[in-house]
Design a protein around this ligand. Structure first.
Ligand code: ADP
Ligand code: MG
Length: 682
């Protein structure tokens, strides 16, 4: 008797060799086999008379082989089997490439169903390599047929037959693990029915039902698991921070915090006083003042006698944070140090000593902060800035340097609310939904390349008023397929200097420059010694030069919406009116639409929603190597509505049964889903 855990070799036709090939697809047991879902389907239900076939379409006919198939060897490695098949309405000539065995297996006088693309003309119809199957067999024709992802040594037919046997052997043993009321309230079909129809749908409707049930199930388990991670974290105990008088910190600031900033600070401080490790995401649009929220948390931590670390994704950002935060915090008695990859030798040694003996209270840096030889006396708080550049694993590496330090993640890439729970499902979220006062709207224009002269004139005017400008070009490319090399940063800058603005001070920066060079360029721009900075997207994230009022982006159609929004956020940081000019000759309607969205919207969250709608969720997942279980069947770009239902159902279940003690089967499934990822996720 077979059950779900029986080895796939139990299946007729699967021996050592095939089992090994299936193993590459992750299929070892019958459960794996029947959980190996098709990637697509072909509806081969309808059989058509040959005379009705139109060249160009894909269709199925039921036809008799009219004469013995012929085999010809054209040359080595090219063998053709040819045959003519007929029904009462006409004939079709069929050719197979390199399938010599068909010469004998397709027999004259017998009727087969052939499915494939019709070629030739209305007078002479042909098919190449159609699927063929004896009439009445209905494995690969005469029904909605599953199409599986394959690997070497595994064919569609092998999988179809194996899955069929697998389902026959144990579909009945799939026990319903979803609570009855969840199935009822969400109109889900029973589990056995779902597995049968996701592989061998009785109809389109049955397929829809099956998919709906399985997608729901997957998202439901994911939502439960994420809540579980959150509550597991909440069961970790740390010494609660004691309340601190924050007035000295607030008094030291050159401005007062916005209501939203204060609320985020309070939420974070409450976390740190709770006796559980904080794991909070602070989301705020560009320029909303996330850095000060971090600074407040650093002050609070250090007043509690512990150390804090801030990890930035680039050296430029780390240095900028160091420059802006250390004067403020040092004035409050907090000893700050900078640790990046370019801090070497004696200087590095000294910083390491200060971190391990506790003389340094606050360290700002890049990935260097998580390298092996960095030890802390008592690391209490880890802030990661612009976290979408960091994977969960890196966050985990940094936290491992303290005893469950508090974690604050700052992100300027707003994630659509609908996705936040999946992408940041293990974090609590604060949102800074208010900009500091006095900010002006950044006027944004999308223009064609024909406007370039006018844009240069505009830049000149702004610079004449004492302002500065950025021009962003796409990445320096290693391959030489760059269609317009004016856009390569260095050449573009040179061209501007020589041909357009000989009297202005132009500098350039890109990711391949040495850190020292980058630093020199940035500080030249920050101190106003440069008028125009030509750059790749290295300045995308977080760079703060209030005197810059124009952001021009070349080839703007190549960027994602959220990225353009980030770039735009580099201007409008001072009191002067600022502008963003997007230069592009977009070739697709989608690209045109994206540029329109960015030109008329300034709300990062709305832009993110649009990005999701236009480009799907891939971009958001890409930004975070999230380490979440990968989804087998759910597709978040179209299954969003189900996601919301699944989340609601998960929350309801957890309210009634927080530990899932009364839902053991659900609990086991959640654990299975999360086993591989459990270590990196918390
Ligand atoms: P982001 O959220 O993009 O990281 P920053 O923290 O860099 O934003 O802040 C953007 C600018 O706004 C900085 O120059 C900062 O000094 C300033 N700023 C932050 N908070 C306030 C505030 N409450 N009032 C006025 N200016 C502020
Ligand atoms: Mg920032």
């Amino acid at each position: 008797m077979a059950d779900l855990n029986t080895d796939v070799r139990y299946i007729k036709g699967i021996g050592e060799q095939k089992a090994k090939a299936l193993g590459k697809l992750g299929i070892f047991t019958l459960r794996d086999l029947i959980s190996y879902f098709p990637r697509a389907y072909e509806d081969r239900t309808t059989l058509r008379p040959i005379s009705a076939l139109i060249p160009g379409e894909t269709a199925c006919v039921q036809a008799m082989v009219a004469a013995p198939p012929t085999l010809s060897r054209i040359r080595r490695g090219l063998e053709l089997v040819k045959l003519r098949a007929v029904d009462e309405t006409g004939a079709v000539d069929i050719t197979y490439f390199n399938q010599a065995y068909l010469k004998n297996s397709l027999k004259m006088g017998q009727t087969y169903v052939f499915c494939g693309r019709v070629e030739g003309t209305l007078l002479h119809r042909t098919m190449t390599n159609p699927v063929a199957e004896p009439e009445g067999r209905r494995e690969r024709t005469g029904r909605i047929v599953p199409i599986y992802p394959l690997t070497a040594g595994v064919s569609q037919l092998l999988l179809i037959r194996a899955v069929r046997q697998g389902l026959d052997a144990c579909a009945g043993k799939l026990s319903e693990f979803l609570p009855e009321e969840v199935c009822r309230e969400n109109g889900l079909c029973p589990i056995g029915c779902a597995y049968e129809n996701v592989h061998f749908p009785a109809s389109q409707e049955a397929l829809e039902e099956a998919r709906r049930r399985l997608v729901f199930e997957e998202l439901f388990l994911l939502a439960l698991g994420l809540s579980g991670l959150r509550s597991r974290r909440q069961s970790l105990l740390v010494t609660p921070c004691r309340p601190v008088d924050m007035e000295p910190f607030y008094r030291a600031l050159p401005f007062s915090l916005t209501g939203a900033q204060r609320r985020c600070v309070e939420e974070a401080l409450a976390d740190m006083c709770s006796g559980r490790p904080m794991n909070r995401l602070c989301q705020g649009d560009v320029g909303s003042g996330k850095t000060m929220v971090a600074a407040a948390c650093v002050y609070f931590t250090v007043q509690n006698g512990a150390q804090a670390a801030l990890m930035a994704p680039t050296e430029i950002l780390a240095e900028q944070h160091y420059r802006s935060l250390s004067p403020l915090l040092e004035s409050l008695g907090i000893r700050c140090v900078l640790l990046t990859g370019s801090v070497k030798g004696k200087a590095r040694q000294s910083i390491l000593e200060q971190l391990s003996d506790g003389t340094a209270h606050f360290v700002i840096g890049t990935h260097a902060l998580i390298s092996g030889d960095v030890a802390y006396k008592d690391l209490g708080l880890v802030v990661t800035d612009e976290q979408h550049r960091f994977g969960v694993a890196q966050r985990a590496a940094l936290s491992s340097k303290g005893r469950s330090p508090h974690i604050l993640v700052m992100s300027a890439t707003p994630i659509p609310r609908t996705l936040a729970l999946i992408i940041y499902g293990d974090l609590d979220v604060s949102v800074i939904d208010e900009l500091p006062p006095g900010r002006q709207k950044i006027d944004t224009f999308a223009v064609g390349t024909g406007y370039r002269e006018r844009i240069y004139a505009f830049l000149r005017k702004e610079i004449a008023q004492g302002h500065q400008a950025y021009i962003v070009c796409p990445q320096v490319s290693e391959n030489e397929e760059m269609p317009d090399d004016r856009k390569a940063v260095t050449e573009y800058a040179q061209m501007l200097q020589q041909e357009v603005f000989p009297d202005l001070r132009i500098a350039f920066i890109h990711g391949k420059m040495k850190p020292k060079e980058k630093e020199a360029v940035m500080s030249g721009f920050t101190s106003g010694k440069t008028d125009i900075l030509v750059s790749t997207t290295v300045i995308e994230v977080g760079v703060d030069v209030p005197n810059a009022t124009v952001m021009a982006v070349e080839n703007a159609d190549r960027f994602g919406l959220s990225q353009l929004h980030q770039l735009r956020g580099r201007v409008g940081r001072g009191s002067a009116k600022s502008y963003c000019v997007l230069i592009a000759d977009p070739k697709t309607e989608e690209a045109r639409q994206r540029l329109r969205v960015i030109a008329k919207t300034s709300d990062g969250f709305r832009i993110a929603e649009e990005d999701l709608r236009l480009r799907g969720p891939g971009d958001f997942f890409g930004q975070r190597q999230h380490g979440l279980p990968s989804l087998k069947i759910a597709d978040l770009s179209c299954d969003m509505a189900l996601l919301l239902k699944a989340q609601a159902a998960a929350e309801e279940l957890l309210r009634a049964d927080p530990e899932l003690t009364r839902h053991g089967a659900v609990k086991r499934r959640v654990q299975e889903l999360f086993t591989q990822n459990a270590d990196t996720l918390n």
